[in-house]
Design a protein around this ligand. Structure first.
Ligand code: SF4
Ligand code: SF4
Length: 431
């Protein structure tokens, strides 16, 4: 599932993390715990927007705070390092689609060396010694893995919360029923264009738009929350509003836009990456649109967004406080290595799916040791090491730039973010 690879699964979703951490969002729907749902609109009370909606149920009522369990607290006390709160796990690379922008360059078929069920269980056993995370099961297409429900059940039994990133084309009533009965609160599905013709061309398979929409409807009908993710490139940056409106018409719970990071098969789309000024325009548009969207709508994994909301709020005479801006005020742009990690289909551990560097492998090392000891992880946690204008920037604590993009473009993950138009103000301090 090239889509989910790139969307839900491989990059941190600060909002998701915060929602679950804070128990802010959610509803109980048809007896299915849906802690990520936003029945009443944006949960954060973004200015001008819907303010929170119904919050029956929710993560807190489920007693779930990712990274908030006793093990995570003890781990942080012991090491001074925050435990991961979201782990995206590519449980297979096999996929029934062949999308142009797929990070994993996934194809249909068998991939050598994929983690076995026993290896996955052993890794979960280790992970839960330091944290109780959300685990995003992604791929490839995770529904291609026949033992996915065993993985889901095992993760839950050990205190983690699994969610699924899927291209939705394989969802049938039976699968959606399994999602519901196995307690999957939300799936994320990528939709990049509002019309079948363009989407199918981008995804490399005629008919997949209709299949995806059908899968979304079935999931919703079974009470499973749905988040639509859109990867924004030069091919579709003028269609964000239209995809937003499609998401709204489908009655999904959330709509997140992602900026292409050209690694994997996506590197073929290098020339389709938004130029920095256009990137800026889309994020500024999102800030305005968020005010009125009935969806839980936000740019995800667009680190600059956290600078832009502060700049635009200031221009409106506002401060970005939790009271006014909700979760946007509480999180940071890039969380790779900070509270997020990625595990590949063969067990390689990375800061995120786009950060093309393996920091260890769970077949040979404990995940907990890699998280604690990796030089790269530890450098990513030290913002004082950022170079160039990111190093000088007053927004580096809330933005930090995309480290995967810096790595991909310059070979140095601490280099300045190559896709940022902002020039830091000497001596300025972020409010
Ligand atoms: S200079 Fe770097 S830290 Fe500052 S806003 Fe741009 S990307 Fe973010
Ligand atoms: S490195 Fe880039 S793609 Fe990866 S988590 Fe950070 S902002 Fe997202």
């Amino acid at each position: 599932m090239s889509d989910d690879v790139e969307s839900a699964g491989t990059r941190p979703d600060p909002e998701l993390e915060q929602e679950l951490a804070d128990g802010e969002a959610g509803c109980g729907e048809a007896g299915v715990a849906v802690p990520l749902g936003h029945p009443g609109g944006h949960p954060g009370g973004h200015p001008g927007g819907a303010t929170g909606g119904q919050r029956q149920g929710g993560a807190r009522s489920l007693g779930f705070r990712p990274g908030g369990g006793a093990e995570a607290l003890a781990y942080e006390e012991r090491t001074g390092i925050k435990a991961p709160r979201i782990i995206a796990w590519e449980i297979t690379r096999s996929c029934n689609l062949s999308c142009a922008h797929c990070r994993a360059a996934a194809e249909f078929g068998h991939y050598e060396g994929e983690l076995t069920l026993d290896q996955i269980k052993a890794t979960i056993d280790d992970i839960v010694t330091i944290t109780n995370p959300i685990i995003i099961l992604t791929g490839g297409e995770p529904l291609m893995r026949p033992d996915i429900w065993e993985i889901v059940d095992y993760a839950q039994s050990r205190g983690a919360m699994p969610v699924i990133g899927t291209n939705a084309t394989l969802i049938t009533d039976e699968i959606a029923e399994k999602m519901a009965s196995h307690g999957i609160p939300r799936i994320s599905v990528s939709v990049d264009f509002p019309r079948a013709e363009e989407h199918d061309a981008f995804r490399g398979q005629p008919g997949c738009f209709d299949e995806t929409i059908r899968g979304i409807r079935i999931a919703k009908a079974h009470g499973v929350g749905v988040q639509i993710n859109m990867t924004v490139t030069t091919l579709n940056s003028d269609k964000v509003e239209a995809v937003h409106d499609l998401a709204e018409s489908l009655g999904v719970d959330a709509f997140h836009i992602f900026m292409l990071v050209p690694t994997g098969r996506g590197s073929d789309l290098l020339d389709k990456e938004l130029p920095p000024a256009e990137y800026e325009r889309v994020l500024a548009w999102a800030y305005e649109r968020q005010k009125t969207s009935p969806l839980h709508f936000k740019p995800t994994d667009a680190p600059h967004y956290y600078r832009i909301i502060r700049q635009l709020a200031k221009a409106e005479g506002k401060k970005v406080t939790r009271e006014e801006y909700g979760l946007d005020a509480m999180t940071r742009g890039c969380l790779g290595g900070i509270t997020f990690a990625f595990i590949s289909h063969v067990g390689d551990v990375q800061p995120c799916g786009y950060f093309d560097m393996q920091l260890g492998n769970v077949k040979k090392q404990r995940f907990s040791d890699i998280w604690t000891e990796s030089k790269v992880f530890n450098e990513l946690r030290d913002y004082s090491l950022l170079k160039g204008k990111c190093g000088r920037c007053e927004y580096k604590a809330v933005c930090g730039g995309c480290r995967a993009r810096a790595l991909s473009v310059t070979g140095d993950y601490l280099a300045e973010e190559p896709y940022c138009v902002y020039e830091p103000t000497p001596g300025a301090v972020t409010e």
